[in-house]
Design a protein around this ligand. Structure first.
Ligand code: SAH
Length: 400
């Protein structure tokens, strides 16, 4: 049976304060808690409730899901106040997102839904062929779960669905971590294809949806720079950069990560791609590895350093910036003259300008040039009024 939403008159109303609706009208998808009339009724609504939005003049502004406990109180689902939020509504969004990915890629391995930019706020879905890994980051995303699962069934009928609610951003919505598998069974890592290489992803092992599709174009460019060179893939996780570099002709590749599970995935990928003979894997703390390798006088033709977010919240910005500078300083010391360095930051709060400045300061007096400033691939679209959600930065340098 297809689930239908309530009639629009039965949906609670949230009023925006006078003069607070222009951003929403201009297309912004959020309303902040200090912009609405936070009445007792509004406060009593269950987190994730569907609401109708109206301005102070009673003009309808659309449908949203609402969380009285979150700073982002309402996230817009539709600008049409009479729209039914039912399975067919979600199916429509999924089909649109799917058509875009079909245009972008030949193979069914990509980020299928990237939250607000794909019209499904708070929801991220990565597709590994017939397996889906879903991140539900808001109370609204949790309440859409039955509709979303039914819609995914009708559009893709996946064999495996992982519902991953382990992201720390859920705390901002007052949600507990959760993890479960609404469909199928997770039997070992999932095989994925990207840039013509095969990898293994492990959803539920604490690394987002199990694979970082965002780095796809950056991995391709890095692999080109690594041809015929000795490559260091630091913070390698499952070998995203390193394995592709090996496949595309690096002379040797070292993957280093502090997680043995991650290195096992990278090793498996190396074997699967027939490049294990020229790859090594080292369990190490990154800064410690860099210091020791420099003391031994090691050099690489390409160093890639793609760490976890050093800046987790705005107040960490200064500390995190120092971390990126130190990483640049230590990593450049291992780059041979004329070699390449790729530095990435996935910290939302780190701006591209500061990241570039800190990296270059880390080089000290060493000269070089910026070859490219990359971001996430096009399966991570950005809502035009949320430019700050373009979190990934990748800097490509050649160093003299
Ligand atoms: N480059 C990877 C993604 C990296 S995710 C890709 O292309 O897919 C960040 C990785 O850094 C994780 O695998 C994590 O285990 C590792 N990590 C986190 N802190 C670390 C540290 N201090 N030293 C070494 N590795 C670390």
């Amino acid at each position: 049976m297809t689930q239908r939403g309530p009639a629009s008159s039965a949906i609670p109303l949230i009023l925006l304060q006078k003069g607070r609706s222009s951003r929403l009208r201009a297309g912004h998808p959020w309303v902040f808690s200090n912009e609405i009339e936070m009445t007792l009724e509004a406060k009593a609504l269950l987190p994730g409730s569907l609401v109708r939005l109206q301005d102070a003049g009673a003009e309808p502004l659309g449908l949203a899901y609402f969380n009285p406990h979150s700073l982002i109180a309402a996230r817009v689902l539709s600008r049409e106040s009479e729209r039914q939020i039912d399975v067919s509504f979600i199916v429509e969004r999924l089909n649109k997102a799917l058509a875009l990915r079909d245009t972008l890629f030949d193979r069914p391995f990509y980020r299928l839904i990237h939250a607000e930019a794909d019209g499904l706020p708070g929801i991220v879905i990565d597709r590994f062929d017939d397996a889906l890994s879903i991140q539900a980051n808001t109370a609204g995303a949790e309440s859409l779960r039955p509709l979303l699962l039914e819609a995914l069934e009708s559009v893709l009928s996946p064999n495996l669905v992982v519902w991953d609610g382990s992201s720390p951003v859920r705390r901002l919505e007052g949600l507990e971590p959760c993890f479960d598998i609404p469909k199928g069974q997770l039997e070992g890592p999932l095989e994925i294809e990207e840039n013509g290489a095969v990898y293994f992803a492990a959803p539920g092992e604490g690394q987002k949806t199990g694979w970082f599709f965002d780095q796809r174009p950056n991995r391709a460019l890095a692999a080109r720079l690594g041809k015929d060179r000795r490559v260091l893939d630091l913070y390698s996780y499952a070998g995203g950069f390193g394995v592709l570099a090996a496949v595309r002709g690096a002379s040797s590749v070292l993957c280093a990560d502090r997680s043995a599970t991650a290195l096992d995935l990278a090793r498996k990928a190396a074997e699967r791609n027939g490049v294990a003979a020229k790859m090594d894997f080292e369990k190490a703390e990154a800064f410690d590895y860099l210091e020791k390798a420099a003391a031994r006088g090691e050099k690489f033709g390409l160093v890639v350093a793609d760490p976890p977010a050093f800046v987790k919240s705005k107040k960490d910005l200064a500390q995190g910036a120092k971390g990126y500078r130190k990483l640049a300083k230590l990593a450049q010391a291992l780059v041979e003259p004329g070699g390449f360095l790729v530095l990435a930051s996935c910290s939302h709060h780190m701006t591209p300008e500061i990241f570039l400045k800190e990296s270059v300061q880390g080089f000290g007096r060493r000269q070089g040039r910026i070859l490219h400033q990359g971001g996430a691939g096009p399966d991570h679209p950005v809502h035009p009024l949320l430019p700050e959600s373009a979190y990934l930065k990748a800097l490509f340098f050649q160093l003299d």
